[in-house]
Design a protein around this ligand. Structure first.
Ligand code: WTA
Length: 638
């Protein structure tokens, strides 16, 4: 039984899940406290050592530069390229023949690619992009289903020094058009569609509609995935496979030498107000940070088969499906479709079939699969698994325990990783040797100082709820908001300017054992099924419905999704709302933003609770909906 986890009682009365002897024996880092202490006391030295594990065309002069705070720089003067570290350097070793990607399409088609083959595809694609005039520094928008070409296009952009902006394939017309406009993209790479629950998602039609609203687009490259009929515009639209067959698509392409601080990508994410913001990540610090966290937290070995089941359209997919595992030379698994198609054993079948050793996914996915019962995973041999991971939202202990016992056979520690689009990589997370408590992301990663503070910025006592802050910059943090540095400062750093802390936007508790328990967002960001949306976007889609005069959106707890969106609408004078209109409004939001934003419920109201300065008090709506105390109403105008 040396492989099984032991459970013991903690001082706080909760349970500790201890790593088995086997896990401890295999772990590269056995003493978290010792490494952590060093990482804080000699921060630059720690990060320099992590950076030395990657290749550099030219070494940095300075590890960390805070002369323009909060616009921090890392590995200043260093020259590198993430594509070099993710692909090129492996080609000189035996890993050239190692599988880089195992991909399964929803209909069951399979593609595999060695690092050698991946390099060929990336180089050819890079040359195709160059032939379309793509230049260093320009931002290419990518809107694709989960197919290898998505990762290939991201890497091809990086290779030639262009930045990418991946828009999640579940987003719709308005979301895509907004993001294209904000990035000033000239080139869009998309696909005719993808497979989801046995149906074709018609990405090209959505892309066409978005391009009609996007004057900056000159070129659209379309990957043929489903083969259904799509509209192609002369002079603008090209098939990817046609371009890849031309002599310009040579398999030789120089990797561009990039500065550490050169832009690698922007990724739009929802904030408290207004339109989504494009967070900027760079080649140097991001490579070092994502590779370090992935290597240490998941104790990655060459024998591993790593499956991050997130979509590359979100930060989890960028950092831990594509970049970090490839930098670490892992074999990555990628799956196109729904977890329960055609049956609820789809994932478990793939774990068995491909011998997956680490599964990293979201609590929503776990809860969704748990619902179908133990018989589905029990039909499969999941013994290849050695570690599990969770991300995106707090995991409830019930789902944690199911994941641990039924999927992990009580043998696989669960790495519950707390982080954000803004942080680039894990910030609060266990290591395999950390005794775990179901539902807690445990402790800060190396080089990270986290605290939970009250309104005045004083650390709260164990057990009390407060705001989560990060006390120091880390190499993987976003550098700015694209085109809006002031908003970057304002959103994350202004509140604790004198202390130099980063505001996470989450509330949390710390317990007597120093374990951190993240509770959830305290701003107007909503996490639905682990996906990040803003009330502002939903409200903007609501008021674009002809009969809606004013609207508010809030998140309410939901058993499966974590949170669900509830909306409140004031209709234009003389119009009465009914259930038919409520349904139309739901579908309208879904069409404008995407199915994940579809409201759970639509309520019609005569007025909305507002402050005297006219701001909607969403917390009052939420308190009323949940039947709890409405709190301080002194600013309410009614
Ligand atoms: C939430 C996703 C609890 C949190 C990587 C954060 C989590 C937001 C966890 C960022 C976790 C992420 N436990 N909550 N392990 N991981 N969150 O930018 O509210 O899509 O602020 O990044 O997700 O969402 P984002």
């Amino acid at each position: 039984m040396a492989k099984q986890t032991k459970v013991s009682a903690a001082d706080s009365g909760q349970e500790f899940y201890h790593p088995s002897k086997e896990v401890v024996k295999n772990a590269t880092i056995k003493d978290y406290e010792k490494v952590y202490k060093r990482s804080i006391e000699d921060r630059d030295g720690f990060w320099a050592d992590e950076a030395k594990k990657l290749d550099w065309f030219k070494k940095w002069n300075k590890v960390f530069d805070d002369s323009e705070r909060p616009f921090f720089k890392w590995f200043v003067g260093g020259k590198t390229n993430i594509a070099h570290n993710a692909i090129d350097r492996h080609l000189k070793t035996w890993r050239r023949n190692k599988l880089a990607i195992i991909w399964e399409g929803e209909p069951g088609d399979v593609r595999t690619m060695s690092y050698h083959a991946l390099n060929r595809e990336v180089s050819k694609t890079a040359n195709v992009l160059k032939s379309m005039g793509v230049q260093k520094g320009e931002i290419v928008t990518i809107y694709m289903p989960q197919i290898p070409e998505l990762a290939i296009t991201m890497l091809a952009c990086a290779k030639i020094g262009a930045a990418h902006s991946v828009v999640y394939g579940g987003f719709s017309v308005e979301a895509l058009a907004d993001r294209i406009a904000n990035a000033h993209s000239r080139v869009l790479v998309t696909a005719d569609g993808g497979w989801r629950r046995g149906k074709v998602t018609d990405l090209k039609s959505i892309a066409n509609e978005a391009m009609d609203r996007s004057p900056t687009i000159e070129v659209c490259i379309t990957v043929k995935r489903t083969g259904h009929e799509v509209h192609m515009e002369n002079d603008r639209d090209f098939w990817y496979h046609d371009l890849m067959a031309l002599p310009i698509a040579s398999p030789r392409c120089e990797t561009e030498v990039m500065d550490s601080e050169d832009m690698l990508f922007i990724l739009f994410t929802s904030g408290t107000t207004g339109k989504p913001k494009g967070l900027v990540h760079t080649h140097g610090g991001y490579s070092v940070y994502t590779a370090s966290t992935h290597r240490n937290v998941f104790d990655v070995k060459d024998e591993d088969r790593w499956w991050c089941a997130a979509d590359p359209g979100w930060i989890t997919g960028h950092s831990y499906l594509v970049y970090a595992p490839l930098i670490n030379g892992s074999t990555i698994m990628m799956y196109e479709g729904a977890p329960n198609h055609p049956y609820p054993n789809r994932w478990w079948n793939m774990i068995e079939k491909y011998g997956i050793t680490i599964l990293y996914t979201s609590p929503t996915a776990i809860r969704g699969l748990m619902r179908f019962g133990d018989q589905w995973p029990k039909r499969h041999d999941l013994s290849s698994l050695r570690l599990l991971g969770s991300v995106g939202e707090p995991i409830n202990p019930e789902a944690w325990k199911w994941y641990h016992s039924v999927i992990g056979n009580n043998e696989c520690p669960i790495m519950d990783t707390w982080w954000q689009t803004e942080t680039g990589g894990f910030m609060i997370t266990p290591l395999p040797v950390t005794p775990l408590k179901p539902g807690s992301a445990t402790k800060p990663y190396f080089g990270v100082e986290a605290a939970i503070v009250d309104e005045k910025g004083n650390e709260v006592k164990p057990g009390e709820e407060g705001k989560l802050v990060i006390k120091n910059p880390t190499p993987g943090m976003a550098r700015t908001i694209f085109g809006d540095p002031e908003r970057y400062n304002e959103t994350y750093w202004k509140e604790y300017e004198d202390k130099g802390w980063y505001k996470a936007g989450d509330s949390a508790r710390i317990d007597e054992d120093g374990y951190i328990w993240v509770i959830g967002r305290i701003d107007d960001v909503i996490k639905v099924s682990g996906y990040r949306l803003g009330t502002a976007e939903v409200e903007s889609a609501l008021v674009s419905y002809p009969d809606v005069a004013e609207a508010a959106a809030i998140a309410l707890p939901h058993e499966l999704k974590g949170n669900a969106i509830h909306v409140y609408c004031i209709l234009k004078a003389g119009i009465k709302g009914d259930s038919k209109m409520a349904n139309e409004i739901k579908n309208h939001v879904s069409k404008e933003i995407g199915p994940i934003a579809k409201p759970e419920e639509v309520h019609f109201l005569e007025s909305l609770p507002k402050t005297r300065s006219g701001k909607i008090m969403r917390r009052v709506l939420k308190a009323r909906a949940m039947g709890v105390d409405e709190g301080d109403l002194s600013t309410l105008e009614e």
